[in-house]
Design a protein around this ligand. Structure first.
Ligand code: BGC
Length: 474
């Protein structure tokens, strides 16, 4: 990362300091993370650490045709997956963008819309089989839910800008099933899982031995396999809680790390972002790590510098006003893909950045502006990657995975990990700093989970209904 030229060098040193994450900070933060993981397993009002009722991981030899639904932060997908054993699968899916109106409107309307999309998909892709029997559907639902069984998920809270308060506290599986039944579709939602659980299941299907699934995308979260005996907050003998394997997958909802402890190294921009968010004081780790928020953080910094006359200055010598800054002054109008493009701009004149600001906000930029903007993106994404490594390291240490003979396989999905320039490099660099490069190389494999949410949902539905009849490809 080269330091940009700026006529006020103190602006650059202020930013560098604000987003610094020194190597010396790792150990303390990893220990605090382990402490919060542990608290979440043993007491309420801590990191959610949600038991998922997924007690076993697939072996890779599962076969069948299964539907799944993937409701993430940005899109809805309906999928038909053919599991053909030996870790092989084929997936057919249809995808729709979830409009802002649906995200912010009543939850009941969102679920009615989802059922319409399932119907639209089933009309094309499940025609023949539909007349024969009931299709199992695995619902991958990327929001915190309290699970009372594998097919019961009470929505705890929305994240990622969704607002349908009418369904908070309710079982989203039942809401969806009622909508499906109202459309007379032969489909039973028999499993609800988080996208991280899907990522874990899909990775294990292909790479047996994987015990951790992570999303670094619009949001961030992690699921892993835990000893049932460590989950002491659940009363023994609670219904459906007897694990035949003595293990259980936990959905950590680690985005909540630091909410209570204040352990995260936040700065004035993090505080600005948090106070303007729909849930101030919540998801603090997610707000420093995931795609939705780091792009909003970049916008917050650029906007703030512009109002102070430290960016986009012209001959008038006057700082820009919100009216002149256009969409740059509007929350969430700077998306992660744009931020990645800017960080990936290696042209001498930083042409992508110039074009982007001119086209989207009608703003002229100087070379110094463009270098500063690129630097802001780099600082924010590098800090996000380092903090991500803290979460991974905490899980590895908590489960003492490096002391076991087998490889530590971690399935990861999400746009930040898959597409953002340098994110993976910084993440691996940080793991090398926390452990050591030789150990990381020899023992830890970060695997891009192929369609974790779609395939994982199908596998969860499979594991739930395997005793019963399910479709086999003709
Ligand atoms: C949600 C998690 C989800 C993660 C990644 C977070 O905002 O709370 O449930 O797994 O995003 O999609």
């Amino acid at each position: 990362m080269s330091t940009p030229s700026h006529e006020h060098p103190e602006v650059i040193s202020h930013l560098t300091k604000a987003f610094a994450f020194p190597i010396s900070a790792y150990d303390g933060l990893v220990d605090q993370f382990i402490k919060e993981l542990h608290e979440g397993l043993t007491q309420e009002n801590a990191m959610p650490m949600i038991p998922t009722f997924v007690y076993e991981l697939p072996g890779g030899d599962e076969t069948g045709v299964i539907l799944s639904l993937d409701l993430g932060g940005t899109n809805l997908r309906v999928c038909r997956t053919t599991l053909s054993g030996k870790g092989q699968f084929e997936i057919t899916h249809k995808k729709w963008t979830i409009s802002d109106a649906l995200k912010k409107g009543p939850g009941k309307e969102l679920f009615a819309w989802i059922a319409d999309r399932i119907q639209e998909f089933a009309d094309v892709y499940c025609l023949n089989e539909q007349t024969q029997a009931t299709y199992p559907l695995g619902m991958t639902f990327s929001f915190p839910c309290e699970q009372l069984d594998i097919n019961v998920g009470k929505l705890l809270t929305w994240t990622k800008g969704f607002r349908g308060v009418d369904v908070i506290g309710q079982d989203v599986v039942k809401i969806l099933q009622d909508q499906i039944d109202a459309r007379k579709l032969n489909i039973t939602v028999n499993a609800i899982i988080n996208d991280t659980v899907g990522t874990l299941l899909a990775t294990t299907y292909k790479h047996p031995g994987c015990e951790i699934g992570i999303i670094f995308g619009t949001g961030t979260n992690c699921a892993y396999l835990e000893n049932q005996s460590a989950i002491t907050k659940i009363k023994l003998g609670a219904p459906n809680f007897a694990s035949p394997t003595n293990m259980q997958v936990i959905n950590t909802e680690w985005g909540a790390f630091g909410n209570k402890s204040g352990a995260l190294p936040t700065n004035q921009y993090d505080a600005m972002l948090d106070s303007r968010s729909s849930q101030p004081g919540k998801q603090l780790y997610e707000k420093m790590v995931s795609g939705l928020y780091i792009s909003e953080l970049a916008r917050t910094v650029v906007h703030d510098l512009a109002l102070k006359g430290e960016l986009f200055m012209d001959a008038s010598g006057k700082p820009k006003t919100d009216a002149e800054l256009g969409d740059l002054a509007v929350k969430e109008r700077f998306d992660g893909a744009m931020m990645g493009t800017m960080e990936g701009d290696n042209s001498t004149g930083l042409d992508d950045i110039e074009k982007h600001f001119l086209t989207n906000y009608s703003l002229n930029t100087s070379q110094s502006d463009r270098e500063t903007i690129k630097y802001i993106c780099q600082l924010i994404s590098a800090r996000a990657a380092r903090l991500s490594a803290v979460g991974i390291a905490a899980l590895i240490k908590k489960r003492e995975l490096l002391t076991k003979p087998k490889q530590v396989i971690i399935g990861i999905d999400g746009s930040l990990f898959n597409k953002y320039p340098n994110f993976r490099r910084h993440l691996e660099g940080a793991l090398n700093e926390i452990f050591d490069a030789a150990t990381v190389k020899a023992k830890i494999s970060l695997i891009h989970a192929e369609d974790g949410s779609g395939v994982g949902g199908a596998i969860a539905a499979y594991l739930t209904c395997k005793e019963r009849c399910y479709f086999q490809d003709e």
